[in-house]
Design a protein around this ligand. Structure first.
Ligand code: NAP
Length: 527
């Protein structure tokens, strides 16, 4: 049942005096639940509890953390239809999407459980002592990853489950041994509260310290700002807009003790269609891309917002096909009236730029909070000279860039901001003739796709979700897959430390049987 209260550790609390409601965009009405925004006192309480919880949680074994993560997954599933109904009522997204996202969220939690239960992820590295080394004897040095401390997580509007309360950031931080305080997303506070209740139940059932998790309601930016500035917070995970992520990154850098902000932000995900592919596959590509642009009403960070190709008959035909295909698709609901407003504003801003042609703009009647899909086109030179056209329009909008030749195509790619993904569409043996274009694209993105679409981010260890700024604030990390745990740890060395005082991962006996690097050799052997 939704109470509208915050979770300060295991306790529910509502000391603030600001309240708000979520919105059902399909019905175009407010939802009934009333949420109380966290007060300054509650923010301090949550951080204090998390700080105390860290003293215990950082020493909890991998096996027990795995039990906790699996219990969260079980409790989320136990929320059953209530979670799905609340999710749909707060997002306008269909039931199938809600269930799919729940499956992904549960899968992420379980994959971290497997990781920490096995234990080798700490990257134990041991260099044995050489007391007789001349002229200076060598010490025994042993290194492993240790957790950073309490982490604040901001979820995105468009992934209420997989990138929010118990999403990838939270799962990775808990797996690492960091307590988490979630700044609940105001658009899906009910979904967030239900998931928070599942985490709290799981923490109690598996004996985790009170304060290992808190969920704070907020309808504006103040709660998040206070959390990021709190001296006892040690890192921030953010998924959302470039504007929001950058603001939090700047705040964190200006603190007396700067802390890392791992912000995963917007992207236009350039797709390069090479000439032979355009000629031979134009019609089917138009169908595929019309669906990808409008999937989830274009509300994906990997939506293809930019299609680049070399001018010619093939491109003209493709633009016509794309226009036909996209207008055949039934418009769908956006997440919130504010998102619809932002979509319309950003789209108009793009369309009003000079020398841009509107190719397709759905003009039949649509319901409130639904979005009209739109495709535009510009010449390469126009795009190069106007960086307004480079910005993400979050929603079912895409732009086709008509380049003069391969050189112009390469120049345009080289001037793009950092991106989550880039895609090359080519016929057999065609890509080999465009190595310059491909290399330039590789340098601007975190993931490069061959003959596919960028939407759909598989959760697996090899996935890179992140990219050069502004796709993310630190391109060395991913926010999807088990390697995302590396954001919440720091390397730590013990020098000449007695075996009985070392953590289990670094002991001579290797009781966990984990894979370690001992004197430059990968081994599970004891020393
Ligand atoms: P958003 O407006 O940036 O909001 C995200 C969260 O950040 C919200 O809780 C918001 O709080 C908070 N926030 C925003 N600006 C802030 C500021 N200046 N100071 C403090 N807190 C701030 O983004 P959204 O609309 O939820 O999500 C859509 C965006 O996310 C798109 O650009 C999409 O591409 C991107 N996205 C990226 C990924 C990825 O993995 N890279 C995944 C999904 C979505 P309030 O709402 O209370 O203001």
């Amino acid at each position: 049942m939704i109470t509208g209260k915050n979770y300060i550790g295991n306790q529910q609390s509502a000391k603030g005096n600001k309240t708000y409601k979520t919105f059902n965009p399909q019905l175009n009405i407010e939802n009934e639940y009333v949420f109380t925004e966290a007060s300054q006192v509650e923010i301090d309480e949550a951080v204090e509890l998390a700080t105390n919880a860290f003293k215990v949680f950082r020493t909890v074994s991998g096996q027990r953390k795995a039990e906790f993560l699996n219990a969260i997954a079980d409790e989320i599933l136990a929320l059953n239809d209530e979670l799905i109904q609340v999710y749909c009522s707060e997002t306008g997204l269909p039931e199938g999407r809600a269930k799919g996202e729940r499956g992904r969220t549960v899968g992420q939690l379980r994959s971290f459980a497997v990781l920490v239960n096995e234990g080798s992820w700490v990257k134990a590295t041991i260099d044995s002592a050489e007391p007789d080394r001349a002229p200076i004897p060598k010490s025994d040095i042993r290194k492993m990853f240790v957790p950073l401390g309490p982490v604040v997580v901001f979820g995105a509007s468009n992934f209420p489950l997989a990138y929010s309360t118990a999403g990838g950031d939270t799962a990775a931080a808990l797996a690492a041994g960091c307590p988490v305080i979630v700044k609940s997303h105001p658009m899906h506070a009910g979904t967030g509260e239900l998931v928070a209740s599942a985490i709290v139940k799981a923490a109690e059932k598996t004996g985790m310290p009170d304060g290992v998790f808190s969920n704070l309601n907020s309808s504006g930016i103040e709660v998040g700002v206070q959390l990021v500035q709190h001296p006892k917070i040690k890192a921030v995970g953010f998924t959302g807009s470039i504007r929001g992520g950058r603001a939090l990154y700047d705040l964190a850098s200006k603190r007396k003790e700067p802390i890392p902000v791992f912000a995963e932000m917007g992207s236009v995900n350039p797709v390069v269609i090479l000439p032979e592919a355009l000629k031979k596959q134009g019609e089917s590509l138009a169908k595929t891309y019309a669906s990808s642009i409008t999937l989830g009403t274009g509300q994906f960070c990997t939506k293809p917002g930019l299609l680049l190709a070399i001018k010619g008959e093939g491109l003209t035909r493709f633009i016509n096909y794309l226009s036909d295909e996209i207008l055949r698709i039934e418009p769908s609901c956006m997440l919130h009236p504010n998102i619809v407003g932002a979509y319309e504003r950003n789209k108009q801003k793009a369309i009003s730029q000079s020398d841009l042609t509107l190719v397709a703009d759905y003009d039949l009647d649509i319901k409130s909070n639904y979005a009209r899909q739109t495709v535009t086109t510009v010449e390469g030179i126009t795009f190069l000279e106007n960086t307004t056209l480079h910005q993400e329009v979050f929603g079912p909008f895409s732009m086709v860039i008509q380049c003069e030749n391969a050189e112009e195509l390469e120049t345009i790619i080289s001037r793009l901001e950092g991106q989550l993904t880039g895609t090359i569409i080519a016929e057999d043996d065609e890509a080999i003739n465009y190595t310059g274009v491909i290399e330039t694209l590789r340098n601007r993105v975190g993931r490069i796709i061959y003959n596919g679409v960028p939407t759909g981010v598989e959760v697996c260890p090899a996935m890179q979700h992140g990219g050069p700024y502004p796709a993310s604030t630190d391109s060395r990390f991913t926010s999807v897959g088990i390697h995302s745990i590396k954001r919440w740890v720091r390397p730590f060395s013990y020098q000449d430390w007695p075996n009985n005082l070392l953590p289990i991962e670094l002991k001579n006996e290797n009781p966990l049987g984990i894979l370690r690097c001992v004197n430059s050799k990968q081994t599970r052997d004891k020393i």
